[in-house]
Design a protein around this ligand. Sequence first.
Ligand SMILES: Nc1ncnc2c1ncn2[C@@H]1O[C@H](COP(=O)(O)OP(=O)(O)OP(=O)(O)O)[C@@H](O)[C@H]1O
Length: 228
Amino acid sequence: MRDAHLTLDGTEILRGLTFAARPGRITALLGPNGAGKTTTIRCCTGLMSPDTGVIEVFGQPVADAIASGRVGVMPQAVGQWSGIRPLELLHHLAGLHQNPLPVAPLAERLGIDRFARTTCRRLSGGQQQVLNLAGALIGRPEMVHLDEPTTGLDPHLRRQVWALIGELRDAGVSVLLTTHAMDEAEHLADDVHIMNHGRVVRSGSVSDLTTDGDLESVFLTSTDAGGA
Ligand SMILES: Nc1ncnc2c1ncn2[C@@H]1O[C@H](COP(=O)(O)OP(=O)(O)OP(=O)(O)O)[C@@H](O)[C@H]1O
């Protein structure tokens, strides 16, 4: 993303946002509530368009990359699903891809098989989260956007999701995630971009950014409350 600007309802949300997420790397987009992280992901996945600026995915315009099926998205929240059950949903999503992951092992890996009989609208928040994650991964994406992937997960599931995200990176997938958990960013991320007021104010590897203190201290000194 290069020099993206976006104004919504008269407020400038993205103010010259520039960053890159590279293949085989986990890139964390950090920032205070309202800084524009979800808006950025929505722009990178074709759900919104910046007013000006350039976004390329695999060197292509976003729409072409999305249409190619090479991009997976785990939104922060999805609309209320109907009475469909988790495995039915995953089989349906798998059917939309040319070479999907097998549903059963993915469901087992994320513990989805344990609530397979519950309709989606009755899932707990954490169960909905891991189902969203499975939906993002089912098509074997080469780039995946994860908007707060572990929010609301218990420590067991959180660790399992961390391991899975690490494996994706090791398999060459480009992972872009947002999180408010600094320990998550420190544990997972190769590259970190800290946003404030719709632009990137600090970038680097975790080790580069934390030479003088932990990531939370860097975050607190680089941003202000309500960074929108
Ligand atoms: N469709 C919209 N119309 C108007 N304003 C919007 C719209 N979508 C987002 N905003 C505003 O844009 C700003 C950035 O929102 P965004 O969801 O991108 O922030 P965020 O960094 O993801 O925040 P959080 O960490 O709380 O999830 C907020 O002030 C929000 O109210």
